[in-house]
Design a protein around this ligand. Structure first.
Ligand code: NAI
Length: 467
């Protein structure tokens, strides 16, 4: 029975590996198929983790270059070593991917190395350079993630015209970089290379950056990034991206004036979104349906149209976020073990790890208006927060949206220092159905950035103390 399992998970990213570990913890005989050679998926290998390493290192460099002298820390011979930076990043990635392999061993998850594909609804063939083997399983979870989308006709060579993967391993700082798409990836990677010295220009199709984000926060975010030296060209429709010698020419149309324009730069980063990845899986052999966007269709139990096959993470609908995939992975494992697995999609935090960070959970003002929900707003600027002030990190604010009648917190949006960590407090508050008064009456340690949250909650009732 060596080749038979209770559960085979296809894909070893944060959705898949977490699902496999939880299922094994619950006593299911579990295997996870992964073809990359290392576990952790896009997130650990070429996404969240390496980008956070470069964001941290480049932020340190920018601080040392721009701020330290003003703060009495004088550095006279500051040097940037991109090669060392990259190897530091690679080491962190290696340690973390090996860590997942260790967790598989610890939890007795069988790691099947190779590319998985459906033979039928209960059989998965795994192929690698050495062999092709077929495994049987009562249940199967599709956790194959997503891949970058492209602009029609553009050839991403990962040298001059790059995706996020290429942007994570440039050998030197390019003189200039055009970022196409002002979303999560474009702004995080644009920030990295801008801080290291590249002239970064973001071309965005819409009239604002970061679609889906609370508009007031998005506007403030653009202002702050512009001050840091990133140039934005909004309402810009890219027509072509072509390599020319060592540079790349980008032709675009200004949507408002209809004028055709051209800009040239050393590198062009294409960051116009991601799409579900199911190629080569042979979903048809199992009879699994996808929707018009190529996403695997699931019900509220994350079950596909084929009863014993489930899907989680970027390959299904919803935000393409590692932590959303993890929650879904745990929910499926618990459902399969007879428990009540569940994901609360109303409380999925989102963070952009720029400086300052931008973090949100729950509804935006625009969503509340659209849904005709009456709300109150409480805002508090970091300028009036003592800890932010002493740390010279005063940009941004906290914004809490609460129901006008019940005072229940409906959404929290923060642009400011450490907001990516602080948003967890708000996610918990929302999971417990907190009112803004609950937050306002909770003692927050002084002096911390979290006091800005308490003050914003007080501001919902128009009674902040420090502003
Ligand atoms: P995105 O959907 O966040 O942003 C893409 C942007 O490109 C949008 O603003 C869109 O209007 C613009 N765009 C699309 N086509 C265009 C064109 N032809 N010309 C100009 N602009 C165009 O996608 P992104 O940044 O590629 O990220 C992909 C996924 O990865 C997202 O779902 C994101 O949530 C996830 N991600 C999350 C991170 C985090 O949690 N910190 C970090 C990086 C990625």
């Amino acid at each position: 029975m060596e080749n038979e399992f209770d559960l085979i998970v296809i894909g070893g990213g944060p959705g898949g590996y977490v699902c496999a570990i939880r299922a094994a913890q619950l006593g299911l005989k579990t295997a996870c198929v992964e073809s990359r050679g290392t576990l952790g998926g896009t997130c650990l290998n070429v996404g969240c983790i390496p980008s956070k390493s470069l964001l941290n290192l480049s932020e340190n460099y920018a601080k040392a270059k721009n701020d330290f002298n003003l703060q009495g820390i004088e550095i006279s011979d500051l040097k940037l070593n991109v090669k060392k930076m990259m190897s530091n990043k690679d080491k962190s990635v290696q340690i973390l991917t090996k860590g997942v392999e260790f967790l598989f061993k610890k939890n007795k998850v069988t790691y099947l190395k190779g590319k998985g594909e459906f033979k039928n609804k209960n059989e998965i063939q795994v192929s690698n350079e050495k062999e092709k083997k077929t495994y049987k399983s009562k249940n199967i979870v599709i956790a194959t993630g997503s891949m970058h989308t492209n602009i029609p006709g553009v050839n991403i060579d990962e040298k001059n015209i790059i995706s996020s993967t290429g942007a994570l391993s440039l050998e030197k700082v390019p003189k200039s970089m055009i970022v196409i798409g002002g979303g999560y990836i474009g702004l995080e990677m644009g920030s990295v290379w801008s801080r290291l010295g590249s002239k970064v220009t973001v071309l965005e199709y819409l009239d604002h950056i970061t679609p889906g984000m609370d508009r007031e926060i998005s506007n403030e975010f653009k202002k702050i990034l512009s001050k840091q030296g990133i140039e934005f060209k909004l309402n810009s429709k890219v027509l072509s991206v072509k390599k020319s010698g060592t540079n790349v020419n980008v032709n675009y149309e200004d949507i408002l004036s209809k004028a055709k324009k051209e800009i040239i730069s050393e590198k062009v980063l294409i960051s116009v979104g991601r799409k579900p990845f199911t190629s080569g899986l042979h979903l048809d052999k199992a009879g699994v349906k996808t929707d018009l966007k190529g996403r695997v269709e699931v019900n509220t139990k994350l079950q596909t149209n084929v009863k014993n096959i489930f899907a989680i993470g970027d390959v299904i609908k919803g935000p393409m976020l590692a932590h959303k995939a993890e929650e879904e992975g745990i929910a499926v494992a618990e459902i399969l073990a007879g428990q009540a697995g569940h994901v609360n999609y109303d409380v999925i935090p989102g963070v952009i790890y720029t400086s300052p960070e931008v973090a949100a959970v729950g509804k935006t003002e625009e969503e509340l208006k659209k849904e005709n929900i009456n709300y109150k707003i409480g805002k508090f600027p970091f300028l009036a927060n003592s800890r932010a002030k002493v740390n010279n990190e005063t940009e941004g604010f906290v914004k809490i949206l609460a129901n006008s009648e019940t005072d229940k917190v409906l959404g929290v949006h923060i642009i400011g220092p450490h907001s990516g960590d602080m948003i967890a407090e708000m996610a918990i508050a929302m999971e417990f159905g907190a009112s803004s008064e609950d937050i306002a009456r909770t003692c927050h340690a002084h002096p911390t950035h979290t006091e800005a949250i308490k003050e914003a909650a007080l501001a919902v009732d128009k009674r902040p103390i420090h502003f």
